[in-house]
Ligand binder design. Structure first.
Ligand code: SN0
Length: 319
């Protein structure tokens, strides 16, 4: 694995999940693999789970970690090439990324979309500029369009929870929100579910919230949440802003919030969310506080996902 930016960077999904689950059983079995190697984690945006779980994962492999919160601690970066830098950004990514490449063995990056211009966001300029100029493996800590460490933890969680022989039905359901949120988590989840042939996948959302076809691919789409939830084994709840009316909130219909009543038609479905989740806007208290919710276990699995990925990056690039 050269970089970890999307599912296309991995060789075999089930092998990577096996590896993550083996770290869960034995976190310190490779505790010298990352000795004298440094992971730099650069945050252009807030983070709780990604920040802490990736740091723990690196520590389990014996790595050092340096965390940089660029909005407060570093210079604002210019990402465009060929511009006259007489605006707000005093440093260009060409120098900044190259310098990070001198300091770090693996460069982790969190960079949300602006949600203003789809072409800009979907070109993934920030992560691509770092890949180009750092000369080091780049680890996505959530980019403008994808969140692969989250999706790997999601697959781990479903595999660990599912004990039956038949394929589980997994439903990604849109939910309301007060803010316009990125499409990164649902895009990424759809990308990983579409690749994983051990599940049946359905996406439920109101009209106007179609994900970019590059990510939803041939997944079944249902505009009727109740129908989509019928017989579901896992319900992944997430808000996202519109792609066609880019970055806009088209619908704040609270009927799409996940409640206990909504779960009645499911096969006693487990409820997932990447967190942070706004209670009683996205998912009702009664669901989050019930045994149906596995959001905390799901977040716990972020450590093993990050550890499996860092281990692959170290083995391919650093030893
Ligand atoms: C981010 C998102 O991509 O939806 C990060 C998820 C891991 N979520 C938010 O920004 C939530 C912000 C809020 O105000 O609820």
């Amino acid at each position: 694995m050269k970089h970890f930016i999307s599912i296309y960077d991995i060789d075999n999904l089930n092998n990577l999940v096996d590896k993550a689950l083996s770290y869960k059983l034995s976190p310190f079995k490779d505790q010298t693999l990352g000795k004298n190697k440094t992971l730099g984690m650069i945050f252009f945006n807030p983070s709780l789970r990604t920040r802490v779980s990736t740091q723990l994962a690196a520590r389990n492999l014996g790595m050092e970690v340096i965390v940089l919160n660029t909005s407060q601690d570093g210079w604002m970066l210019e990402m465009q090439d060929g511009v006259v830098m007489n605006g707000n950004n005093p440093e260009h990514v060409r120098e900044a990324a190259a310098v990070m490449g001198q300091y770090f063995d693996i460069v982790g990056l969190r960079s949300f979309p602006s949600l203003k211009n789809k072409e800009d966001d979907y070109s993934e300029q920030t992560i691509n500029q770092f890949r180009k100029y750092s000369g080091k493996p780049v680890l996505s800590l959530e980019s403008a369009t994808l969140h692969p460490l989250q999706s790997l933890a999601d697959v781990i969680t479903i595999r660990e929870q599912w004990k039956e022989k038949r394929k589980p039905k997994v439903v990604l359901s849109w939910a309301p929100h007060i803010k316009a949120l990125p499409q990164a988590v649902p895009n990424s989840f759809a990308q990983w579910m579409n690749t994983w042939d051990e599940i049946d996948f359905v996406i439920a959302h109101p009209k106007g919230y179609e994900l970019d076809k590059a990510f939803s691919q041939s997944a079944l789409i249902d505009h009727n949440q109740e129908a989509a939830l019928q017989d579901a084994d896992f319900v992944y709840v997430k808000n996202w802003s519109s792609v066609s009316s880019y970055g806009k909130i088209l619908n704040s219909d609270s009927n799409w919030m996940l409640t206990t009543k909504k779960l009645l038609g499911t096969n006693n479905a487990k409820v997932m969310h990447c967190l942070p989740v706004r209670r009683n806007v996205v998912i009702a208290d009664e669901v989050l506080d019930s045994p149906s919710s596995i959001v905390v276990q799901q977040a716990g699995n972020r450590v093993w996902a990050a550890q499996a990925v860092l281990s692959e990056l170290l083995r391919s690039n650093c030893v």
